[in-house]
Each structure stands twice: as structure tokens, then as C-alpha cells.
Design a protein around this ligand. Structure first.
Ligand SMILES: CCCCC/C=C/CC(=O)SCCNC(=O)CCNC(=O)[C@H](O)C(C)(C)COP(=O)(O)OP(=O)(O)OC[C@H]1O[C@@H](n2cnc3c(N)ncnc32)[C@H](O)[C@@H]1OP(=O)(O)O
Length: 405
């Protein structure tokens, strides 16, 4: 978390605004906030266009915010503001050691060619979602106030002080749709504030998750550039919500895991797996590149050679191999998996919650800035890869049923 003075510096440099009062700083920061709103609902995205007045109102509302929304949110506000007022990033990339300058540049650049009007609308929606009591006078969709998933594909339940987020699309092997990325992000945000002590992720059916739904890029409207820019931002936001999750986060990997369902495991605090689980990141064969911070976490967890085997060559590994490599905490026989894992979790959930939270902070907070920077870079690279012939061909092959993992 940045101090106000750090943030002032960040805003001053990126927005070219003189360092002034906290209110002035907020006014600039608000510009980047709306990113998140676009994830909320595609209908609100297409149906609404924020007026100049709505945008000005949102900028004004930011001045009224009393709580620091966090550095990540400020970066998003910054990027959206710049996009809404100046269009796509048109300034040179800051020097390598200018970390903040680079983070801001990355955030703005990641918006690609997102139209100014969309950025303006997203800004307005995002401000509304930050503080429901500070909504703009018009143009506000119901999704802006959502705090929990609406879709049945992501189910949130509560059990013994544990919040459970279940991927619930078994007929499609729990492939993650565009809407599900948004819903999971919302679910994590809600879980970070609820009174649970531990949050658990799992899948319904025989798969944990087959990763990104490969139809995500074929069933949306708008230009390709816009769709990929939005997708990169949705992904970035999704991964950010794992990086920033403040409580112990545990995965119960009930079956095979693919792609992004594997990579984000590096951001979990414990991963319990059934011995039927497998871990597969077939990025190169799909013409794409690693995400979920795995380009950073995997070499740290398992060493560069094993990480390369998985992330570059697409080697599928078993639960026991994943455990030996440090990605998985413990493996249980499939027929006792649920019973044993839940007994473990129920006992852990009785620990004093504050101590667990602070313990997690100690373990994780020092690498956070790096993780955010890695996430931004991975999303930027992926946005380019999605346009590549290699990637387009691989997705076509999957849906023509010629190709499977
Ligand atoms: C906002 C964007 C962010 C993007 C982030 C990027 C992330 C990168 C990744 O996650 S890369 C990984 C992508 N996933 C895959 O490549 C997996 C593709 N699926 C398969 O290879 C196979 O389906 C399988 C091996 C997972 C399972 O094979 P099986 O034969 O057991 O089952 P079916 O193929 O018959 O699957 C049942 C139905 O489910 C559909 N389906 C499964 N996975 C996906 C998927 N990832 N995307 C879309 N659809 C999927 C499959 O098409 C079947 O549907 P049908 O019954 O209508 O035919």
C-alpha cells in the first residue's frame, strides 16, 4: 500500500498535475477507476454511454472519498482517466528503475485502443462501485452496485467460518467464461470483507477447471482491438484480486486443472489435490503465453527448469508430481479427498483470524508490487498473442473438434 505522499508523487508524474491537496490528487486518480466497471455487465456496457457531466460528477465524487482505495485501484483510476481524457497511451515507456512510472504506463497502455467514451463510462461505473453512496446522477446500471456474483456458474457458500467459491459449470469442465472472471473477482472482493477466516476455491464435477473458455473471444461484440483490450483488463483485474486477497486462500483441486486454473495456484496459500487431479498449462500449443503471475511464481516455486517444462513445453503433471515440485501442498486419495481436506480446513478455520491474516501479510506483502508488475506485463503480452495467427488457428482447431489437449 502506498502512502499518500507516494501516491501524490505517482499522480504528479503520470498526469502532469501539480502536487496539491489530497482532493486534487483524488480528482486525478479517479480518472483510472472505471476499468473495473466494464467487467460488471456486458449489457450495461453496451447500453450506456456516460455523458461529460457524469464523468465530471464521478471525478468530483472521488474528491469526496475519505478512505484510501489502495494503490492498485488508484493505478486503475489513473489509467482510465488518462484514456478517457487523452485516448491511448502516447508517451514513451519510463526507464527501467522508474517502477511507479512504469506501473502507471503499463496500466494506461493495457487499455490499448479502448475508446474514450468506453473509458469514461467505465470510470463512472467504477467510481459508483467503489462507494455506492456516491453515485452519479444518471447513467448508472444495476451491475455497478453488485457485490456478489449473479451467475450460477460461480457459487458462493459459507461453511464453518469458511467462504467457498465453487466453479459450477460441470458440463463444460468448469471452463471460465468472461462473466465468470468478473464474478470471481467480485466474489473474492466480497470474501475479503466478510467474516470468514479462510476462503476456499473448488470445482463442481469431475474437473477442477479446464481454464479459459475458448469461446470467450467468439461470442462478444465490438472490434477485435477493443475486445482484446477489455479482456486483458478483465484478466488483470481477476489476477489482481488473488494477489491482493488478504486472508488465507486454499484451493481444493478436485480433478484436472488447465491453463489459468493452474497458474493462479501460485498465488494461493495452500493447494490440496485429489490424486485424480492433473496440472496442465498448454500455452504454447494454443499460441499464447503464461499468465496468473506464473512466469514469476512458478520458477520461484519449482525452479526454472521445471517451470519451463510446464509453461513453455506444456508438460502435464500429476498431483503427486505437482506436490513434489511444491505447487501442491498435499495429495489425498480421491475417495477420501473431500472428507480429509474438509477436516483439515475446519480445524484450521478455528485459528484466531487476525493472526492468520497478519501471518499471511508477512509471508506475502513484500512481493506484492512485483506481482502486480508481472501481472500487468503478462496481460500486455497476451493481448498481442490473442491477435496472432498461432492463437486464432489453435482455437479454431479446438472448436472444429480436431484438437484436444
Ligand atoms: C478474459 C480472458 C482471459 C483469458 C485468460 C487466459 C487463460 C489461458 C488458459 O486458460 S489456456 C487453457 C484453455 N483450455 C483449454 O485449452 C482446454 C480445452 N478443452 C479440452 O482440451 C478438453 O475439453 C478437455 C481435455 C478439458 C476435456 O476433454 P473431454 O473429452 O473430457 O471433454 P469435452 O472436450 O467433451 O468437454 C466437454 C464440453 O466442455 C467444453 N469445454 C471444455 N473445456 C472447454 C474450454 N476451455 N473452453 C470452451 N469449452 C470447453 C467442450 O467443448 C465440450 O462442449 P460440448 O459438450 O458442447 O461439445
Amino acid at each position: 500500500m502506498h502512502t499518500h505522499s507516494q501516491f501524490r508523487w505517482l499522480v504528479r508524474r503520470g498526469a502532469g498535475v501539480a502536487c496539491g491537496t489530497r482532493h486534487q490528487i483524488w480528482a486525478i486518480a479517479l480518472g483510472g477507476r472505471s476499468l473495473v466497471s466494464k467487467w460488471f455487465s456486458s449489457s450495461s456496457r453496451t447500453a450506456m454511454v456516460a455523458s461529460e457531466k457524469d464523468f465530471e460528477n464521478a471525478v468530483h465524487q472521488v474528491k469526496l472519498l475519505k478512505e484510501d482505495p489502495g494503490n492498485d485501484a488508484k493505478l486503475k483510476l489513473y489509467a482510465l482517466y488518462k484514456q478517457a481524457t487523452e485516448g491511448p497511451c502516447n508517451v514513451p515507456k519510463p526507464r527501467v528503475f522508474d517502477f511507479l512510472g512504469r506501473a502507471k504506463w503499463d496500466a494506461w497502455t493495457a487499455l490499448g485502443s479502448l475508446p474514450k467514451e468506453t473509458a469514461r463510462q467505465n470510470y463512472v461505473d467504477f467510481v459508483s462501485s467503489l462507494r455506492p453512496s456516491l453515485t452519479s446522477s444518471s447513467g448508472e446500471g444495476p451491475a455497478a452496485h453488485r457485490s456478489l456474483p449473479e451467475s450460477e456458474d460461480v457459487v458462493v457458500t459459507s461453511k464453518d467460518s469458511i467462504t467457498v467459491i465453487t466453479l459450477n459449470r460441470p458440463a463444460k469442465k468448469n471452463a471460465i467464461t468472461y462473466q465468470m472472471y468478473q464474478d470471481i473477482t467480485l466474489a473474492l472482493k466480497a470474501a475479503s470483507k466478510d467474516n470468514s477466516t479462510i476462503t476456499v476455491f473448488t470445482g463442481n464435477g469431475n474437473y477442477y477447471s479446464s481454464g479459459n473458455d475458448l469461446s470467450n473471444f467468439s461470442n462478444r461484440s465490438g472490434s477485435l482491438q477493443q475486445m482484446y483490450a477489455e479482456s486483458a483488463l478483465t484478466l488483470r483485474n481477476f489476477v489482481d484480486s488473488f494477489i491482493d486477497f488478504p486472508k488465507p486462500l486454499v484451493a481444493l483441486v478436485n480433478g484436472p486443472a488447465v491453463g489459468i486454473a493452474v497458474t493462479v495456484l501460485g498465488l494461493f496459500d495452500a493447494v490440496y489435490a485429489s490424486d485424480r487431479a492433473t496440472f496442465h498449462t498448454p500455452f504454447s500449443s494454443l499460441g499464447i503465453t503464461p499468465e496468473g503471475c506464473s512466469s514469476y511464481t512458478f520458477p520461484k516455486i519449482m525452479g526454472p527448469a521445471k517451470a519451463a517444462e510446464m509453461l513453455i513445453f506444456g508438460k502435464k503433471i500429476t498431483a503427486r508430481e505437482a506436490c513434489a515440485q511444491g505447487l501442491v501442498t498435499e495429495v489425498f486419495p480421491h475417495n477420501t479427498f473431500q472428507k480429509e481436506a474438509w477436516a483439515r480446513l475446519t480445524a484450521y478455520a478455528k485459528n484466531p483470524p487476525k493472526a492468520m491474516r497478519i501471518g499471511k501479510q508477512l509471508l506475502r506483502s513484500f512481493g506484492k508490487e512485483t506481482l502486480h508488475a508481472v501481472n500487468a506485463e503478462e496481460c500486455r503480452v497476451l493481448q498481442e498473442r490473442w491477435l496472432s495467427e498461432e492463437c486464432v488457428n489453435a482455437i479454431q482447431t479446438f472448436f472444429s473438434k480436431k484438437g484436444k489437449l
